[in-house]
Design a protein around this ligand. Sequence first.
Ligand SMILES: Nc1ncnc2c1ncn2[C@@H]1O[C@H](COP(=O)(O)OP(=O)(O)OP(=O)(O)O)[C@@H](O)[C@H]1O
Ligand SMILES: [Mg+2]
Length: 259
Amino acid sequence: MNPNQNIQEKKEPIISKKFILEIKDLKKTFGNNHVLNGFNLELFEGENLVIMGKSGSGKSVMIKCLVGLMQPDSGSIKVMGKDITTLNRIDLDELRTDIGFLFQGSALYDSMTVRENLEFPLRRHKHKFGNISDTAPLVIEALESVGLVDAIDLMPAELSGGMQRRVALARTLILKPKIILYDEPTSGLDPITAKEIIELMKRIRRQYKTSSLIITHDVDCARVVSERMILLVDGINYAEGTFSELKASKDEKVKAFFK
Ligand SMILES: Nc1ncnc2c1ncn2[C@@H]1O[C@H](COP(=O)(O)OP(=O)(O)OP(=O)(O)O)[C@@H](O)[C@H]1O
Ligand SMILES: [Mg+2]
C-alpha cells in the first residue's frame, strides 16, 4: 500500500488566468558555469507552481534573481507587472513586501522569542499597515493561521523542527504577501510533520489567496500541492505540466525525477 495514500489529492481551482510573476529568458553564468540558459516561468494568480531540479541545477540562483539578491546576466523578471531587474533599491524593497520567502531550514532568529521573530519584519515595513503602533493583533493572527498562538513567548530552541517551520511561515505571512516562495518547505522533517506542513501550505493558500512558487525535491509534496510543475534541467524549463502528465512522460530526464 502506498503510505502517502491518505493525503488528499483534490486540487484547488486556479483563481485567475492573470500572470502575477513572469520570468523571460533568464541567463546567469559564473565563469564557465552556465547555470541558467534561458529559463522561462509564468505563475498565474492563485496558482501553486512547483519547480523541481537536481542539486546544483540553479533553483536557488533563480530564486535569488527573483527577489533581487542576485543580478541576472540577461532576461526579465516581472512581478505584478514590474520588472525587478530595473527597479531602484527603494522600489525593490517595497515590492519585496509582497513576496514572502520561506527559507530552507526556517532561519529564525535564535536570540528572539517567537513574538519578536514575527515583529521583526513588521517593524521594518510598518508603513504597509498605516504605521500601526500595536503589532500584537497581526502577530496573533499570523500565529493563529499556523496553529501556534500558545508558542508566542517561547524561544526557537524550545520548538520542534516542525513548529519552527510553522513559525517561519507565520513570519512570512505577517506582511500579507501576494506571492510566497517556498524553498524546500519539507526538507529535514519526518514524513508526518512534512504532511502537516503540506496541509498547512494548502490551507494558507485558501485563507490568504496567495500564489506560490514551491521548490522541492519531495515528490509527494509536489504531487499534493502543485497545480503545475516545471522541471529545471540544463538551465532551462526542460519540461512543464501537471504532476500526472510529467509522471507519465517517457523522457529519460523527466523519468529520473520520479524514480
Ligand atoms: N555566488 C555564486 N558564485 C559562483 N557560483 C555560484 C554562486 N551561486 C551559485 N553558484 C553555482 O550555481 C550552480 C547552481 O547553484 P544553486 O545553489 O542555484 O543550486 P540548487 O539547484 O539550488 O541546488 P540545491 O538543490 O542543492 O539547493 C552551482 O553550480 C553553484 O556552484
Ligand atoms: Mg538551493
